[in-house]
Write a protein of this length. Structure first.
Ligand code: S3P
Length: 174
């Protein structure tokens, strides 16, 4: 394994706290922090919502795959993926190659609460949001399970606690 393969990749449904937990984890470890959604936004000069509405989901997914395949990492990093990144087998292969894959989860009530007022999730319409969250998360459950080396339920944890738990679980020094 080269250093780059010892990265930590966070996967999981929207609202499980990947971004904030990942940011805090990277800060504690002193590792670079990379987030595929932000890289896509930077590359296209548009927000994820704008990309979905202007170009459609398939284009976003293509960009997501390209970003994952093009990640150039020469030392361990914390990499946060979008909630749907695990849907394509080629993304899964990429994610698994990068290092330890940690899936963040949360119960439905927590997801609903965290995502309630968010307008930056194009897959979650305002109407029937709870139903959509339940349906989408159920449909993805197995994908997340299959990809993960470790799963952490964040329902009762804040991002700092999630970061500490990851460090403890992987016996990382900082
Ligand atoms: C998506 C999750 C989002 C973003 C896009 C699609 C999904 O990322 O990539 O809206 O399919 O679950 P977060 O998981 O960071 O919200």
């Amino acid at each position: 394994m080269t250093d780059a393969n010892q990265s930590i990749v966070l996967i999981g449904f929207m609202g499980t706290g990947k971004s904030e937990s990942g940011r805090q984890l990277a800060k504690i470890l002193g590792w670079p922090f990379l987030e595929t959604d932000s890289i896509i936004e930077e590359n296209l000069g548009a927000s994820v919502s704008q990309i979905f509405s202007r170009f459609g989901e398939t284009r976003f997914r293509d960009e997501e795959t390209a970003v994952l395949q093009g990640l150039s990492i020469d030392r361990p990093a914390v990499i946060v993926t979008g909630g749907g990144a695990i849907l394509r087998p080629e993304n899964m292969a990429c994610i698994r190659r990068l290092g330890t894959v940690i899936c963040l989860t949360a119960n439905l009530a927590t997801l609903e609460q965290r995502l309630e007022d968010r307008k930056d999730r194009p897959l979650l319409p305002i109407e029937n949001r709870s139903e959509t969250i339940a349906k989408l998360s159920r449909a993805r459950e197995l994908h997340y399970e299959k990809a993960a080396d470790l799963t952490i339920d964040t329902s009762r944890l804040d991002p700092a606690q999630v970061a500490e738990l990851i460090i403890k679980s992987l016996a990382l020094s900082h």
